[in-house]
Design a protein around this ligand. Structure first.
Ligand SMILES: N[C@@H](CCC(=O)N[C@@H](CS)C(=O)NCC(=O)O)C(=O)O
Length: 208
């Protein structure tokens, strides 16, 4: 048996797509938060979180860093990546676009000295993303970014949109631009029992 552990702060942020993949795939995994981060920082591979660890029964560990690399690895492992180099790259495009927008979003929330700069770029890029992804989802018409089943791209889109919706910048303009994302992506995922399991587990985790 393999033991899975995700090490991240007690918040959704960058680790949430990893959690969504694991729960969607019904994997048994442990969520761990630092007790005293400055003292723990040097023990991580790159001085940052998330860190994802697989521990094997027969001995040995796989220790991974970089949220997107971890997500891609798990998506591949648990059947949430594409089925061809072309579908894989389409999924990569969607997840990279979301990551870029979220880097500016987190910058605006956590880098106080440059809050206005990050906020400005976040808003400009989020608007483009909402419009373009809305068009892609409308063209697809089945609720999924790529192909005809849920993939890592859909989970990323849902969880990052949810964070923006709960954050300080979700005004009427963004809300209007997000309508196609709501209509196709959000509505489809919220009907999926595997996704509902993730939602229940996620709520319980963050309430702890
Ligand atoms: N590119 C990295 C960025 C990781 C990152 O920025 N982690 C932040 C939290 S979201 C962190 O560990 N901050 C604490 C620190 O740098 O000491 C990833 O996607 O995993």
């Amino acid at each position: 048996m393999v033991k899975y552990e995700l090490f991240y702060f007690h918040m959704a942020a960058r680790a949430e797509p990893i959690r969504a993949i694991l729960d969607y795939a019904n994997v048994n995994w442990t969520n761990r938060a630092p007790k005293e981060w400055p003292a723990e920082k040097d023990s991580t591979p790159f001085g940052q979180l998330p860190v994802f660890t697989e521990t094997y029964d027969q001995g040995g560990q796989l220790v991974l860093t970089e949220s997107q690399a971890i997500e891609r690895y798990l998506a591949r492992k648990f059947g949430l990546y594409g089925f061809h180099p072309v579908t894989d790259v389409r999924i990569d495009i969607v997840t990279s676009q979301w990551e870029t927008v979220m880097n500016f979003y987190y910058g605006s929330l956590f880098v106080k000295s440059q809050e206005e700069f990050f906020k400005g770029v976040f808003l400009a890029q989020a608007k483009i993303l909402f419009v373009k992804h809305g068009e892609q989802l409308a063209k697809q018409g089945n609720g999924y970014y790529v192909g005809d089943k849920i993939t890592w791209a859909d989970l990323v889109g849902y969880v990052f949109l949810a964070q923006i919706k709960e954050g300080p910048y979700y005004d009427e303009e963004l809300k209007t631009l997000a309508e196609p994302l709501e209509k196709y992506l959000v509505a489809t995922l919220e009907k999926d029992p595997n996704f509902q399991r993730y939602q229940t587990l996620s709520k319980a985790r963050l309430a702890q």
